[in-house]
Design a protein around this ligand. Structure first.
Ligand code: ZN
Length: 319
């Protein structure tokens, strides 16, 4: 039975239009972004992080954020998420119609100062203000705020990040009104043992409903391994990026988020239904190839092609 006819066991969240694009030198024109979002949704993606509401001077490629959110809201059944580093950005995101706003706060204080120029206390104040904005939304919108716990698995500035620090910041964010927290491997340094330990602790401390999902970067080629470790730990939502788009500001040339099509392929082979049509998903790469001719597209599945990947080893859908 095609995956599209089976109730998906997990959610793949395409974050390429935000995390993938924001680090690139090239700017993807708005028309390509909307084509990508529509094509990804048609391939079966049900949630897309479409942009970030950041100052245009900092990320010129996100100048069309409000237009992109407004477009995404016209796609039936699609949950539209946007990133905002502060309450002002969250207000703009909710005003444009975002279902969910993701706000990054780095567990490493040094990274938080470098990334958003705020202490933890100042970032939590921004969160409280964003919660006030959200509370002013019409109830029917069910708007949510999720905190991305950046550098949860390690920091490019401070080095190792203790699990206790992740739990402390998670508790503060939830107490300040965040709906959920998601540990993010911002620099792609985590490993599967650490991933299992992280989720076991977060689930035990706060319950599964307060933990948003997973966010891994593939900087050292360990993204799929970490995502599968998260799956085994009970995680049901996975941030990924088409063609592994993006990168790491601290590792020039490194690939970006876990590649969407590679993760979908292995999950489906394992009998974990995603609801995504792989052929249609792979075709979305053409939009990036046309719109970002200077950029390198990653991904193993695209290299071998879909026709030659049918190993016969696919596990019958059992979950
Ligand atoms: Zn990221």
């Amino acid at each position: 039975m095609p995956a599209t006819q089976t109730k998906p066991a997990i959610t793949i969240v395409e974050v390429g239009p935000r995390d993938g694009l924001q680090i690139l030198k090239s700017i993807l024109p708005t028309a390509y972004k909307t084509r990508w979002i529509a094509a990804a949704a048609a391939a079966g993606l049900r949630e897309i992080e479409v942009c970030s509401f950041v100052p245009v001077a900092v990320v010129p490629g996100m100048a069309d954020a409000a237009d992109v959110v407004r477009f995404a809201r016209t796609v039936p059944g699609l949950t539209t998420t946007a990133l905002a580093p502060n309450a002002k950005g969250a207000q703009a995101a909710f005003a444009a119609g975002a279902h969910r706003v993701s706000m990054p706060i780095s567990v490493s204080i040094a990274h938080n100062l470098a990334n958003v120029r705020k202490t933890h206390e100042q970032s939590i104040d921004e969160l409280r203000r964003a919660v006030d904005v959200r509370n002013g939304q019409p109830k029917s919108d069910n708007a949510e705020i999720e905190i991305g716990l950046s550098t949860a698995f390690g920091c490019s500035i401070a080095g190792a990040v203790p699990l206790a620090d992740v739990l402390t910041l998670a508790e503060k964010c939830l107490a300040a009104g965040a709906d959920r927290v998601t540990p993010a491997d911002t620099i792609g340094i985590g490993n599967p043992v650490q991933v299992k330990r992280m989720y076991a602790a977060l689930f035990k401390e706060f319950g599964t409903s307060k933990i948003g999902g997973s966010h891994f970067h593939d900087t050292r080629g360990q993204g799929i391994a970490n995502a599968l470790a998260a799956l085994e730990a009970g995680v049901t939502s996975f941030d990924t990026s088409l063609a592994g788009l993006g990168g790491c500001p601290f590792a020039p040339g490194a690939s970006g988020n876990v590649c969407t099509e590679d993760l979908v392929w292995i999950l489906e082979e394992m009998g974990v239904t995603t609801g995504i049509d792989l052929a249609k998903l792979l075709a979305c790469r053409d939009i990036l190839r046309d719109g970002l001719p200077q950029e390198k597209l990653s991904g193993h599945l695209a290299e071998v092609g879909l026709a030659r990947t049918q190993s016969g080893g696919r596990v019958a859908a059992a979950r």
